[in-house]
Write a protein that binds this ligand. Structure first.
Ligand code: ASP
Ligand code: MG
Length: 815
C-alpha cells in the first residue's frame, strides 16, 4: 500500500491534475494498492479565510466565492468527460451553497467563531478531492471519494486540533478492511470532533492526514507530491549551488524543517516515525525525479553535514547580571513566563559563567518579550541584580544540520573558519548536546553570503569561486579579460577555481550580473545592458552585494579609485591592482592599507606595480619572509628610459633616439612624462617601502636626465626643439662614457633606506651593462646574495605581460 498525497500546487491547475492522474495510474499499474490524499487547490485555503474575514466584517464575499467556483468548474470542464460532468457540477453547487450559507450566517451575526472558520476552510479540500475522485473514477471504477471527517477524530481545538490516535487508527483500518479494492481519495486537512463538527489539523495539515492514514494501515510508503524536488542542501533561492538530498533521516528532516525548509509539515514525521514508514518527497512538476526519501537511518553520503538551513529574521534578547549566577529557578521563571505568553523561543544560549542568557525570538515578539521580562524581574532590575534587557534586531540564524555530526570533530571548525575568513561576525552560538544542529546568529545582511560560504565549505570545497569586480577595460583590462576567458576552463579543471565576473566598469558604463558575465560577450552585454558608470555607486554596490570571496581588480591609474581601497578591505574585499598610485602615495596611506589588510584578513596584491609581470615584489617578499636582509637594490624600472639609453650610442643623436621611441609607442605622448623619472620613482618608493623603509616621495634623490630648458618647453614640439639645442650636452655625456668603455644607464638605488635615481656610466663588470631593448632589470644584494646579486630581468611593460601578472595575483586570492 502506498499513500500518495498531492499538495495545493499539484491540484492547482488542469495541467497538474492531469499529471496527478498519470502518477496514480502508473502506481496502480505497478500492482500497488493506492490511497490518495489531496489538499485544496493552491490558494483556495487563503481565499476561504479571506471570505470568512470579509463576512465577519460585514463586507461582500461573493466576488471571491464566484472566483472559487469558477476555478473548480474549469477543472471539471477540462478533465471530466462531458456525459459525466452533470453530477459533479451538481455536487460542486451543493458545496458552494453550503459554504455560502455559512458565510451568510457569519455576515449576519458579524462574528466568526473558530468552529465556523474550520467548517468554512474545510470546503477547499472537499471540493478538490471530490473532483479528483470523479476524475480517477473514469479510469478506475474503484476510486472513491472519502471524507476524512468520518475517519480522523480530534478534540475541539479548532484550527490545530489534536488527534485521538486510537479511535482514528481504528476507523481508518475498518474502512480499508471493509473496502479492500477501493482507491480512496481522501480529503486532507479536515477532521471532526466527537460531535461530528468539522475541525482542521493546522495549515499544511494535509501532509499530516497522509501520515495518519499511512500509519494506521501500516503503508509501505507515504509519498508527498509537491512542487520542489525534495530536501536540498540549502535554500536554492539563496544558494544557487544547492542540490537535492536523495536521503535524510526523520530527525534531520525535523531540524531542517524547523529552520525554514517548508518541504513538509513537521507533525507528519511523528506517525511515520513511530511506524518506521518512509516518507518520499516527490515533485509533480518533475515526476521522473526520484526526490528525497525520509527514513530512520539515512546513509552517510561523504559530507560532514546533511544540510544548512536558516531563519532570516530573528531578534536577540540579552539578559545579564549577577542575579542569575548560581541561582536556580531564574531560567524556570523566564521560560515559563514566555511560554505562558505564547512567545516562541527560537534559540537559547547561556555561558557557563551563568552571568548572561541570550534568547532568539521572532522580531514580532521581541518588544513584547522585553516588556514582559522587565515586568517579571522588576525587583531584580531595581536592585541591580539584572541589567535592563537589550534587544538586537536585523539578525538571522544559520544552522548546519546532520546526524553524522555526532562524535565527528571538525564541523564547527569548518563552519567558523568559513565565516571568519570572510568577515561574517557571529553574535551568538548554540549547539544542542544532541549534536544534530549547530546554530549561529549573524547579521541579516550577511545571511546570503554566509549560506554560500558555508555551503561551499561543506559541500563543494573542491571548487572555489572568486567573485570579481572589474574596473578598467583599456589596453591591460581588455587583454586580461581575454586571458581569463581563454583560461577559464583550465582553471576549473586543474585548480578547481571558478572566476565569476560579477561586474565590469570603465569610465563610461558599468554592468552588473551576480550570476556572472559571460566573458565571450562582455562587450556586447556592456553595450546593450550597461548603465552609466558611477564609481561611488560601483563601489557601494560591490559592498552591498556582500558576496563571498570578493576581489576588486583595479586596472586604472586613478587616484580616485585608490581612495576606496581601505573601505573595501574593511568590507572583506580583496584588491588586485596594477595601479601604483596607491602604494606610492603618502607613506601613511601605504601603512594604512597594510594594517587594514592584516586586520580584515584580505589579499592586497600588486606585483604589476613594479616591472609588470616580472616576479619582483614576490621575490622581495620571499627574501624577507625567509629571513634575508636587503642590503642594496639596484634597478632599471623604466622600459622607455631603458630603450633610449640602449639605443643612444655610436653616432646617433639623443633627439633621434627619443623621436624613435615616441614613434614606436614606447613613450607617453609627451616623452617628458617618462624622462622626468616620476614613474620610475614611484616604483622605487614601493620597493623601499616593501623592504621596510618609511620613505616619502620628497626623500628620493633624483637626478634629472633632461636639462632645465627641456623641462620648461611649453609644448611637445617645443620640447623636441630644445633637445636639438641641447645636443652638445647629450653628446658630451655619451662620448665621455664611450671613451672609458662604458655605457649610460639611468639607475635607481636603494641603500641604507635611501633612494636615489641617477644617470650613471657603467662598465662591463656591472650586471646592467648588457641590458638590451626596453627590458627592466633589478638586482638584489642581500645577506645571502652577497658576492653576486639575485637578478630579475625581462620585459617590464606591455599589456600582455602586465595582464598576466594581474591574472596570477587574482588566482593567488583563491588560496
Ligand atoms: N489546504 C491547507 C493549507 O493550505 C492544508 C494543506 O494544504 O496541507 O494549509
Ligand atoms: Mg499545502
Amino acid at each position: 500500500m502506498k499513500i500518495l498525497k498531492f499538495g495545493g500546487t499539484s491540484v492547482g491547475s488542469v495541467e497538474s491534475i492531469r499529471t496527478l492522474a498519470g502518477i496514480v495510474r502508473s502506481t496502480l499499474q505497478e500492482g500497488q494498492r493506492v490511497a490518495v490524499v489531496t489538499s485544496a487547490m493552491g490558494g483556495i485555503t487563503n481565499c476561504l479565510l479571506e471570505m470568512a474575514a470579509q463576512a465577519e466584517a460585514g463586507s461582500d464575499f461573493h466576488v471571491l466565492l464566484q472566483k472559487m467556483e469558477q476555478r473548480h468548474l474549469e477543472v471539471i470542464k477540462a478533465l471530466i468527460a462531458v456525459k459525466r460532468q452533470n453530477p459533479v457540477i451538481m455536487q460542486l453547487k451543493i458545496f458552494m451553497n453550503e459554504l455560502e450559507d455559512l458565510l451568510q450566517g457569519v455576515k449576519a451575526v458579524g462574528e466568526l467563531s473558530a468552529r465556523t472558520q474550520d467548517s468554512i476552510v474545510g470546503y477547499g479540500e472537499l471540493c478538490s478531492t471530490f473532483i479528483v475522485a470523479q476524475l480517477l473514477q473514469q479510469d478506475h471504477p474503484d476510486a472513491r471519494f472519502a471524507d476524512a471527517r468520518l475517519w480522523i477524530k480530534t478534540d475541539s481545538a479548532y484550527g490545530h486540533a489534536r488527534v485521538n490516535q486510537e479511535l482514528t487508527d481504528q476507523l481508518i483500518r475498518d474502512a480499508f478492511r471493509d473496502n479492500p479494492a477501493a482507491v480512496f481519495c481522501i480529503t486532507g486537512f479536515v477532521a471532526s470532533n466527537e460531535k461530528g463538527q468539522t475541525t482542521t489539523l493546522g495549515r499544511g495539515g494535509s501532509d499530516y492526514t497522509a501520515a495518519l492514514v499511512g500509519a494506521a494501515i501500516e503503508a509501505e510508503e507515504i509519498q508527498i507530491w509537491t512542487d520542489v524536488d525534495g530536501f536540498m542542501t540549502a535554500d536554492p533561492r539563496m544558494v544557487s549551488k544547492a542540490f537535492t538530498l536523495p536521503e535524510i533521516s526523520y530527525t534531520e528532516a525535523m531540524e531542517l524543517t524547523y529552520f525554514g525548509a517548508k518541504v513538509i509539515y513537521p507533525p507528519t514525521m511523528i506517525p511515520a516515525f513511530e511506524k518506521r514508514i518512509p516518507i518520499v518527497i516527490r515533485n509533480t512538476f518533475n515526476p521522473s525525479f526520484t526526490g528525497t526519501v525520509i527514513r530512520e537511518h539515512a546513509h552517510r553520503n561523504g559530507h560532514l553535514i546533511r544540510g544548512i538551513s536558516s531563519i532570516s529574521d530573528v531578534s536577540l534578547i540579552n539578559l545579564q547580571g549577577s542575579g542569575m549566577v548560581g541561582r536556580t529557578g531564574f531560567s524556570g521563571r523566564l521560560f515559563s513566563l514566555l511560554a505562558r505568553e505564547g512567545i516562541n523561543i527560537i534559540l537559547i544560549t547561556q555561558a557557563s559563567s551563568e552571568h548572561s542568557i541570550t534568547l532568539a525570538v521572532s522580531p514580532k515578539d521581541a518588544a513584547n518579550a522585553r516588556r514582559l521580562i522587565a515586568a517579571e524581574f522588576e525587583l531584580e532590575l531595581q536592585t541591580g541584580k539584572l541589567e535592563i534587557p537589550r534587544v538586537e534586531d536585523e539578525l538571522s540564524v544559520l544552522a548546519v544540520v546532520g546526524e553524522n555530526m555526532k562524535h565527528t570533530s571538525g564541523v564547527s571548525g569548518k563552519l567558523f573558519n568559513a565565516l571568519g575568513r570572510n568577515g561574517v561576525n557571529v553574535t551568538a552560538i548554540a549547539q544542542g548536546s544532541s549534536e544534530y544542529n549547530i546554530s549561529v546568529v549573524i547579521r541579516k545582511n550577511d545571511l546570503a553570503k554566509a549560506l554560500n560560504l558555508v555551503h561551499e565549505a561543506f559541500f563543494l570545497s573542491r571548487i572555489k569561486t572568486l567573485n570579481v569586480f572589474y574596473l578598467g577595460v583599456g589596453n591591460i583590462g581588455k587583454t586580461l579579460l581575454r586571458q581569463v576567458k581563454d583560461h577559464e576552463a583550465y582553471l576549473l579543471e586543474h585548480n578547481a577555481l571558478r572566476i565569476n565576473m560579477v561586474a565590469i566598469t570603465n569610465t563610461r558604463q558599468m554592468l552588473f550580473r551576480e550570476a556572472g558575465i559571460p566573458l565571450q560577450q562582455w562587450e556586447r552585454l556592456m553595450q546593450e545592458g550597461g548603465e552609466p558608470a558611477d564609481l561611488e555607486q560601483f563601489i557601494s554596490r560591490m559592498k552591498a552585494m556582500n558576496l563571498p570571496n570578493s576581489v576588486f581588480i583595479d586596472n586604472s591609474a586613478s587616484a580616485d579609485v585608490v581612495n576606496h581601497y581601505a573601505s573595501l578591505f574593511a568590507a572583506s574585499i580583496s584588491v588586485v591592482t596594477c595601479n601604483k598610485i596607491g602604494n606610492s602615495g603618502s607613506y601613511e596611506q601605504y601603512k594604512a592599507f597594510k594594517a587594514a589588510v592584516k586586520k580584515h584578513g584580505v589579499n592586497f596584491l600588486y606585483e604589476t606595480n613594479v616591472g609588470a609581470g616580472l616576479p619582483i615584489i614576490k621575490t622581495l617578499q620571499d627574501l624577507l619572509v625567509s629571513g634575508d636582509k636587503i642590503m642594496r637594490i639596484e634597478a632599471i624600472l623604466s622600459g622607455t628610459i631603458s630603450f633610449i639609453f640602449n639605443e643612444f650610442k655610436g653616432d646617433r643623436r639623443f633627439y633621434d633616439v627619443v623621436k624613435e621611441a615616441r614613434a614606436k609607442g614606447y613613450t607617453e605622448p609627451d616623452p617628458r612624462d617618462d624622462l622626468s623619472g616620476l614613474d620610475f620613482m614611484r616604483k622605487m618608493l614601493i620597493l623601499a617601502r616593501d623592504s621596510g623603509y618609511g620613505v616619502e616621495m620628497e626623500d628620493v634623490e633624483i637626478e634629472p636626465i633632461l636639462p632645465e630648458s627641456c623641462m620648461q618647453a611649453t609644448s611637445v614640439d617645443a620640447f623636441f626643439e630644445t633637445l636639438l639645442q641641447e645636443d652638445a650636452y647629450f653628446e658630451e655625456l655619451k662620448q665621455r662614457a664611450e671613451r672609458e668603455g662604458k655605457v649610460l644607464r639611468y639607475i635607481g638605488v636603494l641603500e641604507d633606506g635611501k633612494v636615489s635615481i641617477r644617470l650613471q656610466a657603467i662598465d662591463d663588470r656591472h650586471p646592467f651593462y648588457a641590458l638590451s631593448g626596453s627590458d627592466n632589470i633589478i638586482a638584489f644584494t642581500t645577506n645571502r646574495y652577497t658576492a653576486c646579486p639575485l637578478v630579475v630581468k625581462g620585459p617590464g611593460a606591455g599589456a600582455e605581460v602586465t595582464a598576466a601578472g594581474v591574472f596570477a595575483d587574482l588566482v593567488k586570492c583563491a588560496n
